[in-house]
Structures are given as C-alpha cells and as structure tokens.
Design a protein around this ligand. Structure first.
Ligand SMILES: C[S@@+](CC[C@H](N)C(=O)[O-])C[C@H]1O[C@@H](n2cnc3c(N)ncnc32)[C@H](O)[C@@H]1O
Ligand SMILES: O=S(=O)(c1ccc2c(c1)CN[C@@H](CF)C2)N1CCSCC1
Length: 266
C-alpha cells in the first residue's frame, strides 16, 4: 500500500459534497427507470435477483462505504435482522441519519428507487412499507477506513454474515495494490462462508462531487476477479454493464459497471 497515495486520497475526500454526488449520479439522466438498458434497473436487478435466491441471509449485513445512498440496501432488508451502514466521512453518515429521521422531504427522495425495487421483486410490497422496513433494520452508522487492517476499529463485535459495497474500493484506492489490500482488510469483517456483493466502476479514473475531483483506480473485470481470487473467495456470479453514451455526462469517465457475488472460503 502506498501510504502517501492513501493520504492524498483522504485529503481529496475532505471537499466531497454529498448532495452534488447524489445530483450527479442519482437524479436524471442517470436515474432513469424507463428501460432495462439503463444503469439503475440493471444494478437494482442484480441485487434483487441475488437476494431472491434466499441463500444470502443472516443476522448482520455491513455496507462498506455507504456514502449518502441507500438504494444498495433495499433488496437486502428482507434477509437480515440488522444492517450496518459505514462511511469515512461524517457528512455522508449525517446524510444517512437525515434520511432515517426525515418525516418529510428533508432527506434525499429515494422513492423512485424503492418503487422500482418493489416492482422488480414482484411481491406486491408497497414502497412505503419497504422504506419503513429498511429504516427499522438500519441500526448503526459507523466510521470506516478500508485502508486500516481493522477497518471498523473496535466498533465491530463479531464478523458479519454478509458484506455489500458499491463504488467504494476503486474510488478510494490510489493503485491496484491498495485496492487488493483494502479488499483483504474488509474481508476480516466477514465470517468464513459469508457472502460479499460488490458493485463498482470499470475503467474509471476520476469522478466529481461538487468541488471535489476524486481519483479512481481503473480496474477491469479481470482485475476484480483476480483480487477476489487472491483474497480467498469463490466467485459465484459476475455481471458487467457498459455505460451507454447518453449516461456519460462529464461527472466521471466510467466505462461500465461490474457486479460480483463472491463467497468467502470457509
Ligand atoms: C463513490 S462513493 C460510493 C457511495 C455509495 N456507496 C454509492 O453506491 O454511490 C465512495 C465512498 O467511499 C467513502 N470513502 C472515502 N474514503 C474511504 C475509506 N478510506 N474507507 C472507506 N470509505 C471511504 C467516501 O466517503 C464515499 O462515500
Ligand atoms: O451507474 S451509475 O450511473 C453510477 C453510480 C455511481 C457512480 C458511478 C456510476 C460512476 N462513478 C462512481 C464513482 F465512484 C459512482 N448509476 C447511477 C444510477 S443508479 C445505478 C448506478
């Protein structure tokens, strides 16, 4: 791990603007639900399909690098008693607390994502019911640093049954070696035999979040697969999605998205 590189990444995140990040990625044109060709339906379907098998369940799910978003937890909330959100920045942890506590529209409006998830899950669940269920299950919002050997410090009592992470490791690692080490670090949070669902950016080198321009280590499908293989996982499923030109809007240079379902070897 390059200590100087990790320090530089941490410094760059000091100007990360959650609202700008949400605007760039989770409103139109990117938050387009009208066709399976768009990123949102693809990503939410990967998660809904995987949880629908019922194989991934238990007491605790930890989300690594939650940021200011909750869409990634919507299909998980039927299968875990406790969901733990984590992020490096207090501004992002505060955004999640705001959503949790908001009676009105104070927090970000995730209802389009919740409605779409209910639709593709096909259980006839009302979106308000799903929203309340997630709010009830989301019981902890903890600081995390994936570059530390113990990413949650002393906050974690025992390893989790499952991990989920979206657009985190590649967005906070200065190079491939740091990415691999970060995966090794977060793997200590997962029980042997536990499942890890990761969504990430393919061949991206930067993204914008207000005044912040964040560097991203470009990773290919093969890089991601090799990293999980090297860190003691069996890859159960791997899917990728190419960003259509109309979703390349200048807020990053992402070329595609990957979804990986990996299981930690017992
Ligand atoms: C691209 S955002 C991903 C946010 C969200 N998971 C999503 O799906 O959009 C990357 C997140 O990683 C967080 N982060 C930055 N440095 C980190 C670190 N060292 N350890 C863990 N998370 C970090 C940032 O605060 C930010 O919320
Ligand atoms: O694929 S997205 O357009 C998306 C969503 C988030 C991100 C990127 C792309 C690329 N840059 C990442 C920086 F780390 C963050 N998308 C946004 C709507 S919901 C489905 C996912």
């Amino acid at each position: 791990m390059s200590a100087a590189g990790v320090t530089a990444v941490a410094e760059s995140y000091q100007s990360f603007n959650p609202r700008a990040y949400l605007q760039n990625n989770y409103t139109l044109p990117r938050a387009n639900f009208t066709s399976e060709e768009y990123a949102v339906p693809w990503k939410l379907r990967c998660l809904a399909d995987t949880f629908a098998t019922g194989e991934i369940r238990g007491q605790t799910l930890i989300d690594i690098g939650t940021g200011p978003t909750i869409y990634q937890l919507l299909s998980a909330c039927d299968y875990f008693e406790e969901i733990v959100a984590t992020d490096y920045l207090e501004v992002n942890r505060a955004e999640i607390r705001c959503w949790l506590s908001s009676k009105s529209s104070v927090g970000f409006d995730w209802s389009p994502f919740i409605k779409h998830t209910c639709k593709i899950e096909g259980k006839g669940e009302a979106w308000e019911e799903k929203e309340q269920k997630l709010k009830k299950k989301l019981k902890k919002i903890l600081p995390i640093d994936v570059h530390q050997p113990t990413p949650l410090g002393s906050s974690l009592s025992e390893p989790a049954d499952a991990l989920i992470s979206a657009f985190c490791l590649e967005a906070v690692s200065p190079d491939r070696q740091s990415f691999d080490q970060a995966l090794r670090n977060v793997t200590t949070l997962l029980k042997p035999g536990g499942h890890f669902l990761m969504i990430g950016a393919l061949e991206e080198s930067f993204y914008l979040a207000g005044e912040a321009k964040l560097s991203v280590v470009p990773v290919t499908e093969l890089d991601v697969k090799e990293s999980f293989d090297k860190n003691g996982y069996r890859i159960r499923d791997f899917r990728s999605y190419s960003m259509p030109p109309n979703l390349m809007i200048g807020v990053d240079d992402v070329k595609g998205i990957f979804f990986v379902h990996a299981q930690k070897l017992a």
